[in-house]
Design a protein around this ligand. Structure first.
Ligand SMILES: *Cc1c(COP(=O)(O)O)cnc(C)c1O
Length: 382
């Protein structure tokens, strides 16, 4: 039996053509016409004034933090239920992350926890320099509630939309709700350049500054002159060509992932003790990863037992992100749970799994996944 991957790359038809173009014109550099075009096409797709193509989503997040002025000794609020890359750049700048729990309806940042964190920060006389809000597994967070709080404290929001390109919030593109938004084109994301990222904003001057930092902060001078610390964060013209081809099929990829989810939901959604990540009514999720929780008291099987079953048949599945406030790296960091006595992200971590969700997943492979789950779950239909 062939291996079934969680979220493999899915290449379209135009990518090779763009890459060939880069080769034939000898634009093999971290600059060039595909980079410029990719930036313009992403900005047009999401509806921002501009975009800066970078070597990774992590690099984009790092530069966004620098643009809002995060530096040594500052604190930054950040979603806890996420990949470590959401918080690592906070450490790069010598700042301290403060982790915010999820709320049960979208699994994204809890406005209740955020409010308590702000009240405490105000009491301590030290507001955060930024709030990094993650849009988890392809679904937007609830920005009306989050922005109302952040605006009242005048703290900028950076939207980690690495997993949510193609999603919407009240009709607006995911990634455009905060002061800055970032996307990732890592190999497992909904579209990929093998590795890459994008910073988007309406502040084109800030994007220019990001490009400057990303190109070793080279001053305007005939010789090599530098007055600030720079980075080598630009995206290669070849990879930007791949990205342009991928962007053309993004809507197809979103539809395919949503269809994968629908098939899982039809087969498993009625089973007592299994719950899929809810789709909040304020927008469209891309269903980047189909994710569900299992109540072992009802199904007679735990999340980790299901993972073992799938792995034994070469099916790649994963637990939900381990919340960052539980990571050894962040053991000194503060954390605000959804309710005083209710940590939503911890429960999701204990009971949640992500199952194969690629836009190229065949129905027969998907049936293999479904059959394995049905074979271990003791089920009664709701
Ligand atoms: C993938 C991911 C990133 C990092 O993107 P890279 O391009 O791999 O650096 C950041 N945040 C989240 C939530 C991600 O899933």
């Amino acid at each position: 039996m062939s291996r079934v991957y969680l979220s493999p790359p899915h290449i379209g038809e135009k990518e090779q053509e763009y890459v060939r173009e880069a080769f034939s014109s000898n634009w093999i550099a971290p600059l060039g016409p595909h980079v410029d075009a990719f930036e313009q096409e992403i900005a047009a797709y999401v509806g921002t004034a501009g975009a800066a193509a970078l070597s990774s989503g992590t690099a984009a997040l790092h530069l966004a933090l620098k643009l809002v002025g995060v530096s040594r000794g500052d604190s930054v609020f950040c979603s806890s239920l996420t990949f470590v890359a959401s918080a690592n750049p906070i450490l790069y700048e010598g700042a301290a992350p403060v982790f915010i729990d999820s709320e049960p309806d979208s699994w994204n940042m809890s406005p209740l926890a955020l409010e308590r964190a702000f009240l405490q920060a105000e009491k301590n006389g030290k507001l955060p320099k930024a709030v990094v809000v993650v849009n988890l597994y392809g679904q937007s967070a609830d920005y009306d509630a989050i922005l109302a709080l952040c605006d009242s404290y005048q703290v900028p929001v950076i939207e980690d939309a690495a997993e949510s390109l193609g999603a919407t919030y009240q009709g607006k593109a995911s990634g455009t709700l905060g002061k800055f938004g970032i996307f990732s084109f890592n190999g497992n994301k909904i579209i990929t350049t093998s590795g890459g990222g994008m910073l988007v904003s309406d502040d084109t001057e800030a994007l220019e500054k990001a490009r400057f930092w990303a190109t070793q902060a080279r001053d305007q001078a005939p010789h090599y002159q530098h007055s600030e610390t720079g980075y080598n964060y630009r995206l290669s013209n070849i990879l930007a060509g791949v990205g342009r081809g991928q962007l053309q099929v993004l809507e197809d990829r979103v539809n395919a992932r949503r269809q994968v989810f629908e098939r899982y939901n039809k087969a498993l959604g009625e089973i007592e003790g299994i719950r899929f990540m809810p789709e909040a009514e304020y927008g469209r999720s891309t269903r980047w990863l189909t994710t569900l929780t299992i109540d072992p008291d009802i199904t007679g099987v735990s999340a980790s037992e299901i993972l073992n079953k799938l792995t034994s048949d070469s099916i790649e599945a994963r637990p939900v992100w381990k919340p960052l406030h539980l990571q050894p790296l962040f053991k000194e960091s503060s954390y605000y749970s959804h309710l005083e006595e209710n940590s939503v992200s911890e429960r999701l971590f204990q009971t949640g799994i992500c199952i194969p969700s690629g836009s190229s997943l065949s129905e027969s492979d998907q049936n293999r996944v479904i059959d394995h789950i049905l074979s271990v779950v003791k089920y009664a239909v709701r």
